[in-house]
Ligand binder design. Structure first.
Ligand SMILES: C[S@@+](CC[C@H](N)C(=O)[O-])C[C@H]1O[C@@H](n2cnc3c(N)ncnc32)[C@H](O)[C@@H]1O
Length: 440
């Protein structure tokens, strides 16, 4: 038998591949995690199942020390470890928040606390936690505008909205920050800078868990539902896993239980929600590969671009689609064009004599073979147009990666997004070709 060609060798190679592909490198020896564990232990948290580790695909996360069974507790974090608006209200900031008018939002309270505690450094009782937080984030608001301009069109619009939102959050909070001057020897303008607030905003938005509080009278009406959960917030997202996560009123702990099993020394994931890649990038600053919820969005303008400009009913058709909510959430997915996209196109493809049947189209009825075929052909053309666009964008990003070395990480993120979109479109194109064959 030739060396390296036998069954044992194949198994060994497969095992090696598995270990280099999904196994993490233990990081529990790092000083920030040693300090964090000591601090958490002092707050009555005992960790038995998890170890901080770095993984090839997902970066820093948590690894299982043992095999985790369905229903088993993954982590149980006592209330005293959580950073909530209660923490802020009972701190030195409480008196300032209570007297400020108009009342600050719960989010502003959390962000102010984070910036202030980070500023005091060694003096902060939250230092062991703060030291484990990322120094920078990759949400679109943190990316260079030239990188954001490389996003798919619908995401560019959302990324710009996010930037405006955070800028307004900063501008409208400046007076409140000024009111905190008595607490600091330095000028508050040098502490509560835009970049400090941006860091805090991203910390809360990418890491907080959902925890509904009773509404404090000293805050604005926005729901108070975010809690920062040290250590637990090292858990990365997978769309494939299921967990049960909630605050247990009896044990007064935030608990996560496995709803699917996990093998020893594998990364332990939670699911942040059934989010598509645009939402993951917008809210958490990453893209998930093979995400079953990922899709490619089709805007109304693209639909119209592929339809004859001579159709005298076009404006009426568009306003029907708008009135019935059919101009939003039109998508291509792994399983082909969405029902909403196909339905919108069937309505837009109605011939003059068929126009009166538009209600039936919206109810999912088939009007004619011609209508079915025409709408499928146009769907295929749109899909093909998107495939070409994705390929062109991937080439552009690859070229920029050579030119703009300082932006390599940001560009890689965009590249992953377009690569996933291309895969989805190719899957959709294959499904559409099969459907078209049925009408020829
Ligand atoms: C709650 S934290 C999880 C821990 C984080 N990786 C860390 O090092 O602190 C959420 C952030 O982790 C990263 N993340 C989570 N799931 C991921 C995944 N599947 N792939 C890549 N990054 C992921 C994103 O940056 C996200 O904003």
């Amino acid at each position: 038998m030739q060396k390296g060609r036998g069954r044992t060798s194949r198994i060994r190679r497969r095992k090696l591949f598995k270990s280099s592909d999904s196994r993490g490198v233990n990081e529990s020896y790092r000083s920030e995690f040693i300090e964090l564990k000591k601090w958490l232990k002092h707050k009555k948290f005992e960790d038995t199942n998890l170890i901080p580790a770095r993984f090839p695909g997902t970066g820093r996360g948590l690894m299982s020390k043992t095999c985790l069974q369905v229903g088993q507790m993954i982590i149980s974090l006592p209330e005293s470890c959580l950073l909530t608006t209660d923490t802020v209200i009972t701190s030195y900031l409480g008196a300032y928040i209570t007297k400020w008018k108009p009342p600050p939002s719960p989010l502003l309270a959390l962000c102010t606390f984070l910036v202030s505690e980070k500023h005091v450094g060694d003096q902060s009782s939250w230092k062991p936690y703060l030291d484990t937080l990322p120094k920078a984030y990759t949400c679109p608001v943190c990316l260079e505008p030239e990188v954001v301009n490389l996003f798919p069109r619908p995401l560019i619009a959302k990324a710009r909205e996010q930037r405006t939102h955070v800028q307004e959050f900063f501008t409208t909070s400046k007076d409140f920050f000024c009111s905190l001057q008595p607490l600091f020897s330095e000028a508050v303008e040098s502490i509560f800078t835009y970049s400090a607030l941006l860091w805090a905003w991203c910390t809360v938005n990418t890491r907080a868990v959902y925890l509904r509080h009773r509404q404090h009278g000293c805050f604005s009406a926005e729901p108070d539902m975010c809690a920062l959960a040290p250590y637990l917030d090292l858990l990365n997202h997978s769309p494939q896993v299921q967990v049960k996560a909630a605050f247990n009123e009896e044990t007064r702990c935030y608990e996560i239980r496995a709803a699917s099993s996990c093998r020893k020394h594998e990364e332990v994931f939670i699911c942040y929600g059934p989010h598509d890649n645009h939402r993951l990038l917008l809210e958490y600053g990453f893209v998930s590969t093979q995400n079953p919820h990922a899709c490619v969005y089709v805007s109304k303008d693209i639909l119209v671009k592929f339809l004859p400009s001579t159709d005298k009913h076009m404006n009426k058709k568009i306003s029907i689609l708008k009135d019935h909510g059919f101009t939003e959430n039109l998508t291509f997915g792994w399983d082909g064009p969405s029902w909403r996209l196909l339905t919108a196109l069937k309505l837009l493809c109605l011939e003059v004599g068929e126009f009166t049947y538009w209600k039936k189209v919206l109810l999912g009825e088939i009007i004619s073979d011609t209508n079915e075929k025409r709408s499928l052909d146009i769907t295929w053309k749109i899909c093909d147009y998107f495939i070409e666009e994705s390929n062109a964008m991937l080439q552009k990003v690859s070229h920029m990666k050579d030119e703009e070395v300082a932006l390599i990480n940001q560009l890689t993120l965009v590249e992953t997004l377009w690569t996933e979109e291309l895969k989805i479109l190719q899957a959709s194109a294959a499904i559409l070709s099969n459907l078209q064959t049925a009408f020829t």
